[in-house]
Design a protein around this ligand. Structure first.
Ligand SMILES: *[C@@H]1O[C@H](CO)[C@@H](O)[C@H](O)[C@H]1NC(C)=O
Ligand SMILES: *[C@@H]1O[C@H](CO)[C@@H](O)[C@H](O)[C@H]1NC(C)=O
Ligand SMILES: *[C@@H]1O[C@H](CO)[C@@H](O)[C@H](O)[C@H]1NC(C)=O
Ligand SMILES: *[C@@H]1O[C@H](CO)[C@@H](O)[C@H](O)[C@H]1NC(C)=O
Ligand SMILES: *[C@@H]1O[C@H](CO)[C@@H](O)[C@H](O)[C@H]1NC(C)=O
Ligand SMILES: *[C@@H]1O[C@H](CO)[C@@H](O)[C@H](O)[C@H]1NC(C)=O
Ligand SMILES: *[C@@H]1O[C@H](CO)[C@@H](O)[C@H](O)[C@H]1NC(C)=O
Ligand SMILES: *[C@@H]1O[C@H](CO)[C@@H](O)[C@H](O)[C@H]1NC(C)=O
Ligand SMILES: *[C@@H]1O[C@H](CO)[C@@H](O)[C@H](O)[C@H]1NC(C)=O
Length: 469
C-alpha cells in the first residue's frame, strides 16, 4: 500500500492531467481567460485513462485487505507541478460571480427572509421542502458529466481562486461518502476552488452506480480524486478512521495546502472559502479538535496509551494544519498511538485525533496547551455544528441523537460560528440546502466585490488559538 512510485493507473492519470494542463497553459498563456483554460483542461484529457477500470480497482482492494494496513508511509518521490492559472480580468470575474449567484437563487422561496426567522415565510416554505427543484438521480450524473465543460459551467462551479489571499492558502478536504450523489456534488460545488484539493472516499458497500457517478464528477476536475482504496466503513470501528488516513496519504503528495478538513457527504459549509481562509490565517497553525477527559467514556480504553500519553475523547471531525497530518503519516509516536487506538480502544475515531491534539508534550504543531475540555464559551469546537439537543430541532427528526437540519434551522445556521454543519438529507428538505447554497454564493460574490467584510476578531480571541504549541 501507499505505493510511492507513480505506477498506479490513477497516479499515471494525474500525471497525464498535469501534462495536458501544462500544454494547454503554455498554448493559452497570455491570451485566454481562466474559465476557458479550465474548461479546455477538463474536456481534453483522456477520460478512459483517468477513470480506474472497475476490475483493476476491485483487485487492488482485495490485495489491500489481505495485507493488513500498517500505515507506515514513505514520502513519495513525486513532484507535483501546480497548475499555472491565467486569471480573468476582474470585471469579467465580477460578471461570472453574479451569474453564478443568480443561478443559485432558490425559486419561489425567500431565503433571505428564512435566515431572518420570518415565521410567515418559514410556514410558506414548509410546503415546498421536497418541491423547489427536481432531485438529480445518481445515474443522471453520468450523462451530466459526459461533457465536463458543459457540466462545470451549467452547474455553476467557481473556477478561479478569486483572491490572492485564497490562492496563497490552499485547503485540503476528505469527503467520506456512501449515498446520494446530488448531495455530495452540491457540497463539492460549494467548497470547490481550483487551488484546493479534494479526496473523496466511496464506501466499499456503496453500489457501483454510486461509485461510477462520483468518479464521473471527480474526473472533471484536476484537483478532485477518489481515494484509491475503498473501505467498508462500520460505525464505531477502526474502519471509520481508515478512510481519513487514506485520504491524508493521498493528499500529502500535493505540497501546497495549509489546512485539512474531514467531511462527510451529509454536511454543508456555513462559511465561504474566503472566510475559511481568513479564519485559518488568524489561527496561525492552531488545530480545532474536540476534546474531553471529564466526559470521556473511560471503559472505551482497554489499556493505557503508550509513552505516557493521556487518552482524550473527541470526534472524527477535525480542522488541522498540514504538519499535524505530516505527524500522523510519518512520526513513530503517532504510529504507536494508532496501533493502540486500533487494538485497544473502542470507537478509535473519537480518540485518535483528540489525543494527539491534547498532549502538548508531544510537540504536535497547533496542539492545545490548556485544559482539554471543549465547552461553548471557554474552548468551543467550531469544526462542526451539530444539534445534539442544545437547540430546538426544527424538523423534530433525529439520526443517532443528531437533529436532521431543515429550513426552520436556517436562522440558527446563519448565526453560528462553525465552519460546517451536520447533517442534511435532501430527501427530507431541499429548501435548507438551497438557501445555504444561495447564501454561500451570494457571500462569495459580495466578498469578492468588497461589499461584504468578514470580522475575524472572535476567532483570533479563542483560547485554542492563543494557547497552542
Ligand atoms: C527521486 O527523484 C530524483 C530526481 O527527480 C532522482 O534523482 C532520484 O533517484 C529519485 N529517488 C528515488 C528513490 O526514486
Ligand atoms: C506561470 O508560468 C509562467 C511561465 O512559465 C511564469 O512566468 C509565471 O510566473 C507563472 N505564473 C504563476 C502565477 O506561477
Ligand atoms: C470581459 O467581458 C467583456 C464583456 O462583458 C468583454 O467585452 C471583454 O472582452 C472581456 N475581457 C476579457 C479579458 O476577456
Ligand atoms: C442573494 O442575492 C440576491 C440578489 O442580490 C438577493 O435577491 C437574495 O435575497 C440574496 N439571498 C440571500 C439568502 O441573502
Ligand atoms: C401549506 O399547505 C397546506 C395543505 O397542504 C395548506 O393548508 C396551507 O395553507 C399551506 N400553507 C401555506 C402558507 O401556503
Ligand atoms: C410542487 O409545486 C407546484 C407549484 O410550485 C405545485 O403545483 C405542486 O402541487 C407541488 N407538488 C407537491 C408534491 O407539493
Ligand atoms: C493492547 O492491549 C494488549 C493487552 O490486551 C497489550 O498486550 C498490547 O500491548 C496493547 N497494545 C498497545 C499498542 O497498547
Ligand atoms: C516524533 O514525535 C516525538 C514526540 O512528539 C518527537 O520527540 C520526535 O522527535 C518525533 N520524530 C520525528 C522524526 O519527528
Ligand atoms: C476574548 O475572550 C475572553 C474569554 O476567553 C472574553 O472575556 C473577551 O471578552 C474576549 N474579547 C473579545 C474582544 O472578544
Amino acid at each position: 500500500m501507499g505505493d510511492p512510485k507513480c505506477t498506479r493507473p490513477r497516479c499515471l492519470a494525474t500525471l497525464i492531467v498535469v501534462a495536458v494542463t501544462s500544454v494547454f497553459l503554455c498554448y493559452y498563456f497570455l491570451k485566454v481567460d481562466l474559465v476557458s483554460v479550465m474548461s479546455e483542461k477538463v474536456t481534453n484529457f483522456d477520460r478512459s485513462k483517468y477513470l480506474i477500470p472497475k476490475d483493476a480497482y476491485d483487485e487492488r482492494v482485495s490485495i489491500a485487505v489481505n495485507t493488513a494496513p500498517k500505515f507506515t508511509y514513505v514520502a513519495p518521490n513525486y513532484t507535483y507541478v501546480a497548475p499555472n492559472y491565467t486569471y480573468v480580468a476582474p470585471e469579467n470575474l465580477t460578471e461570472t460571480l453574479k451569474r453564478i449567484a443568480s443561478m443559485h437563487k432558490v425559486p419561489s422561496v425567500n431565503c433571505h427572509a428564512l435566515f431572518k426567522d420570518s415565521q410567515r415565510d418559514i410556514e410558506y416554505a414548509r410546503n415546498k421542502t421536497k418541491n423547489i427543484t427536481s432531485p438529480i438521480s445518481d445515474l443522471a450524473y453520468l450523462s451530466l458529466t459526459a461533457d465536463c465543460r458543459a457540466f462545470v459551467t451549467s452547474r455553476g462551479y467557481i473556477l478561479s481562486p478569486l483572491t490572492k489571499e485564497e490562492e496563497d492558502f490552499p485547503l485540503a478536504f476528505s469527503i467520506l461518502t456512501f449515498k446520494d450523489v446530488e448531495m455530495v456534488e452540491r457540497l463539492l460545488k460549494a467548497i470547490y476552488r481550483p487551488q484546493n484539493y479534494y479526496c473523496i472516499h466511496v464506501d466499499k458497500k456503496s453500489p457501483d452506480s454510486f461509485y461510477q457517478s462520483v468518479a464521473s464528477i471527480a474526473k472533471c476536475f484536476p484537483n478532485v480524486f477518489i481515494a484509491s482504496r475503498r473501505i467498508d466503513v462500520q460505525w464505531g470501528w477502526f474502519s471509520v478512521l481508515e478512510p481519513e488516513l487514506e485520504c491524508m496519504k493521498e493528499l500529502w503528495r500535493y505540497p501546497k495546502w495549509k489546512y485539512f478538513f474531514t467531511l462527510t457527504g451529509q454536511e454543508f459549509p456555513l462559511k465561504t472559502n474566503f472566510e475559511l481562509v481568513k479564519i485559518l490565517t488568524v489561527y496561525d497553525g492552531a488545530n480545532d479538535i474536540e476534546g474531553t477527559i471529564k466526559r470521556a467514556n473511560k471503559e472505551r480504553f482497554r489499556t493505557a496509551p503508550p509513552l505516557g500519553i493521556t487518552p482524550i475523547k473527541g470526534s472524527v471531525h477535525i480542522t488541522v494544519n498540514r504538519d499535524f497530518v505530516g505527524y500522523i503519516l510519518f512520526n513513530k509516536t503517532a504510529e504507536a498511538l494508532l496501533e493502540w487506538a486500533k487494538n485497544n480502544v473502542s470507537i478509535p475515531d473519537e480518540t485518535y485525533f483528540a489525543t494527539l491534539n491534547h498532549n502538548p508534550q508531544l510537540g504536535v504543531r497547533g496542539a492545545y496547551k490548556g485544559v482539554p475540555e471543549t465547552d461553548e464559551d471557554g474552548k468551543p469546537f467550531l469544526t462542526r455544528f451539530k444539534n445534539w439537543g442544545s437547540y430546538k430541532c426544527s424538523g423534530g427528526q433525529y439520526v443517532r441523537s443528531i437533529c436532521i437540519l431543515t429550513l426552520g434551522d436556517l436562522p440558527l445556521l446563519g448565526k453560528v460560528k462553525h465552519y460546517f454543519a451536520n447533517k442534511f438529507y435532501l430527501s427530507e428538505d431541499r429548501v435548507v440546502i438551497g438557501c445555504l447554497e444561495e447564501k454561500i454564493f451570494n457571500d462569495t460574490r459580495d466578498e469578492y466585490l468588497g461589499v461584504k467584510t468578514f470580522d475575524t476578531s472572535y476567532y483570533a480571541n479563542l483560547s485554542f488559538v492563543k494557547n497552542k504549541v
